[in-house]
Design a protein around this ligand. Structure first.
Ligand SMILES: NC(=O)c1ccc[n+]([C@@H]2O[C@H](COP(=O)([O-])OP(=O)(O)OC[C@H]3O[C@@H](n4cnc5c(N)ncnc54)[C@H](O)[C@@H]3O)[C@@H](O)[C@H]2O)c1
Length: 312
């Protein structure tokens, strides 16, 4: 399926991961269409050659876009991705992450899309992993409504695959970081810390004691996994991370050193640092998708810091 004549539709293409994916696909010669309501994404993130439709994924008029553009492949990335917002308002979360998703998947079926690629969340799905690094077969036990909606998205894909024979890949991403990451809102510790350093803040507040670990994966590695996922007829769910744990204290120290910053960390035991440990075993993606991460943390951080510096 390595045919560059294929038309690709990306929902959420103006967001962090989506906009990086657009650039990579366009540089490979694909025609790219983006659907995004710009709720967290930005128009300036979009490559000039993207055909852009500012529209909500719940909008009925999405049908007209599918009918007119006839995409071959759909990447469904648009989502409400804040865990805390999903807990405050699970109905609003479900409206986007479930009803919006179904509107997109129904259009994929009606318009004979060849494959759907979906971005799920390893961190939100395996909330109490039995083993670290965690494999796909581990207990899927989401605690937040966001995690529930991400897992439900996968279950819908399995159902559409069984009923309508539409191939799919769901990538269970770990914590993604890199250029174009939005600094506002619940975006991740790396973007928030870099923002603080670049605005010369004196302190950086660490949730809990900073010993909580995450698996930080660079966005170019994620984009590579997304592209590999569309180039075959394989269906299934795959972890995408690095298999390496880094705790917030280590991350803080590393970024502080790389930026040559004097920022001071302030631990706030009243703030919940979330899950104690999170790290993904990606051997299934290595074996089946022939994917592996190319960037070690320091390399990815340097690229990210340089991008943030350019924006300043
Ligand atoms: N960033 C991560 O670390 C991470 C980890 C696991 C999973 N994911 C998943 O990857 C996907 C992309 O994440 P991201 O970090 O690029 O997020 P993002 O917020 O930067 O991008 C999401 C995009 O979807 C758009 N969008 C949201 N609601 C919409 C709606 N109703 N209609 C149309 N467009 C809408 C936003 O405007 C934004 O451009 C999401 O599905 C997220 O759940 C991300």
């Amino acid at each position: 399926m390595k045919n560059i004549n294929k038309k690709i539709l990306i929902t959420g293409g103006a967001g962090f991961i989506g906009a990086n994916l657009c650039v990579a696909l366009i540089s490979r010669g694909y025609k790219v269409i983006v659907i995004d309501n710009l709720s967290s994404g930005k128009k300036e993130n979009l490559h000039k050659d993207v055909k852009f439709f500012k529209i909500d994924i719940n909008d009925k008029k999405v049908n007209n876009i599918f009918k007119k553009e006839k995409p071959n492949i759909v990447f469904h990335l648009a989502a409400q991705k804040s865990i805390s917002k999903s807990i405050e308002n699970p109905i609003a979360d479900a409206r986007i992450n479930l009803l919006g998703l179904l509107n997109i998947f129904n259009n994929c079926v009606d318009n004979k899309v060849e494959k759907i690629i979906y971005t799920s969340s390893g961190g939100a799905i395996y909330s109490s992993p039995k083993k670290i690094p965690t494999k796909e077969g581990d207990l899927e036990s989401p605690l937040s409504p966001y995690g529930v909606s991400k897992l439900a998205g996968e279950k819908y894909l399995e159902s559409y695959h069984a009923n309508f024979k539409i191939p799919f890949v769901s990538l269970r991403l770990s914590n993604v970081y890199g250029p174009l990451q939005n600094k506002d809102g619940e975006t991740g510790v790396i973007a928030t810390l870099l923002q603080k350093i670049l605005s010369n803040s004196k302190f950086f507040e660490i949730y809990g004691d900073g010993s909580q670990t995450r698996d930080y994966v660079f966005v170019d590695d994620v984009v590579n996994a997304l592209i590999l996922s569309m180039q075959n007829n394989i269906s299934g769910c795959f972890n995408i991370g690095t298999g390496r744990e880094t705790n917030v204290n280590q991350l803080f120290k590393k970024i502080k050193e790389l930026c040559d910053s004097k920022i001071i960390d302030k631990k706030n035991s009243l703030l919940n640092g979330g899950q104690k440990r999170s790290c993904l075993d990606c051997s299934k993606a290595k074996k089946i998708l022939h994917w592996k991460p190319k960037f070690v943390l320091e390399e990815g951080l340097i690229k990210t810091i340089n991008w943030f510096l350019k924006q300043k």
